[in-house]
Design a protein. Structure first.
Length: 378
């Protein structure tokens, strides 16, 4: 079994330093693809290195396949790690690089050859086996690094930003290869660290979003755990709402007017809006934040219900879509609207934005989300 459990795992790099990881509680299920995301410095690599056994665990318990591994050396954990920097031996061929880990363990020659060949087949490295790393492209080098992990037949694969040195096209190709690899090696669990939203959304069965800075001390390291659709549609806090999704969710200061079980009425920039959320635990008059994603705003007729009149400040045309930056009284300076690329609004004109109840998020003054009462994709 390759289930990984973090039980209140904490990490402090030195007695005088703040906690890097605070009581992280999370489980990666057998065979699951779990992606760690979060701002730079939030501790993603630290968590991964603790699983690999490269970093000591200050407090708490780490369990892999039912065994507590806190004191187990890396070689005994059944894990293999792939780094951003590939870390290949420059004087060894592709085949030698892939075989090396097994060779130092004293594995049988024919078994090594068989495993290296199988991994080379999966990654289509066959024609490159006799080349040196310097004779390979970045993407090919990363495939060799992944191959070196596969031959160890680990229960757990750990990837730390494996694609960040690759160009955009190669990233997409290698991302698809990693997804395929996960399907083929069904029983292995994978933990994958990335900065890239698209990688997180497309690869993950489960995303773990980590906090940073003061929030770590306040609420623990894990901001939210869930499926990509869960984090996108039901962010538990303002922090998650603003982190997941690109361009970022728009956030407006608002006041709660009234709350019923299926919806709340809020006042924002002099307008009253209905939001499909349960805010009954908040007092009428409370200061709240209203959130709406750029892709969920509808352009409407002037005077249509729930519409707000704004001035269009700037347009960015991306081809398939356009980003409109508008000036909304009381809103952020960069209130963003994403529309179809065929729409051609003119800079400086006035637009009517419709903020529909089912698309609105509401957060209390502590930044915690109210439950959305509308049915959402899972
Ligand atoms: N060996 C170390 N000694 C002291 N502090 C460290 C050490 N390694 C990491 N840190 C600190 O711990 C925090 C988390 O670092 P970590 O490398 O885990 O972040 P990360 O989420 O992987 O960031 P990035 O996205 O930039 O790779 C950072 O503040 C970092 O400076
Ligand atoms: Mg890192």
């Amino acid at each position: 079994m390759s289930r990984i459990e973090f039980k209140e795992v904490s990490k402090r790099y030195g007695p005088a330093l703040p906690l890097t990881i605070n009581k992280a509680e999370l489980t990666v299920e057998h065979g699951e693809f779990c992606v760690f995301v979060g701002p730079s410095g939030c501790g993603k690599s630290t968590l991964l290195r603790m699983v690999a056994g490269l970093e000591e665990i200050s407090e708490g318990e780490l369990i892999i396949g039912g065994t507590t591994v806190n004191k187990l050396p890396p070689s005994k954990r059944g894990v293999a790690m792939v780094f951003q920097s590939y870390a290949l031996y420059p004087h060894m061929t592709v085949a030698e690089n892939m075989a090396f880990g097994l060779r130092i363990l004293g594995a049988d020659r024919t078994a090594i050859d068989r495993k290296v060949k199988a991994a080379a087949d999966i990654l289509q490295l066959g024609p490159l086996m006799n080349r040196l790393p310097k004779e390979l492209s970045g993407g090919q080098r990363q495939r060799v690094a992944i191959g070196r992990a596969i031959v160890k037949e680990p229960k757990v694969f750990l990837f730390d930003e494996p694609l960040s040195n690759l160009d955009a096209a190669l990233r997409v190709q290698t991302r698809l290869e990693i997804a395929k690899l996960h399907r083929e090696l069904g029983s292995a669990s994978m933990i994958y660290v990335t900065h890239d939203q698209v990688e997180a959304m497309t690869l993950a069965d489960k995303i773990v979003l980590l906090h940073t800075g003061d929030l770590i001390q306040e609420r623990g390291s894990v901001a939210q755990t869930g499926s990509p659709m869960m984090l996108y549609h039901r962010p538990a806090s303002l922090f998650v709402a603003e982190f997941i999704g690109s361009p970022k969710m728009n956030i407006l200061s608002a006041k709660l007017i009234s709350a019923e079980h299926s919806h709340a009425v809020v006042e924002v920039a002099g307008h009253r809006l209905n939001a499909a959320v349960d805010a009954r635990h908040l007092a009428a008059g409370a200061s709240v934040k209203l959130g709406i994603r750029p892709e969920h705003i509808v352009l409407g007729e002037e005077g249509a219900p729930a519409s707000i009149q704004v001035a269009l400040e700037h347009v960015e045309r991306l081809g398939d879509a356009s980003l409109l930056y508008v000036n909304l009284p009381g809103g952020p300076s960069m209130f963003t609207v994403r529309v179809e690329g065929s729409v051609r609004p003119v800079q400086g004109t006035s637009l009517s934005l419709r903020l529909l109840p089912d698309q609105l998020h509401l957060f209390d003054s502590a930044g915690l989300a109210c439950t959305r009462t509308v049915e959402l994709p899972t």
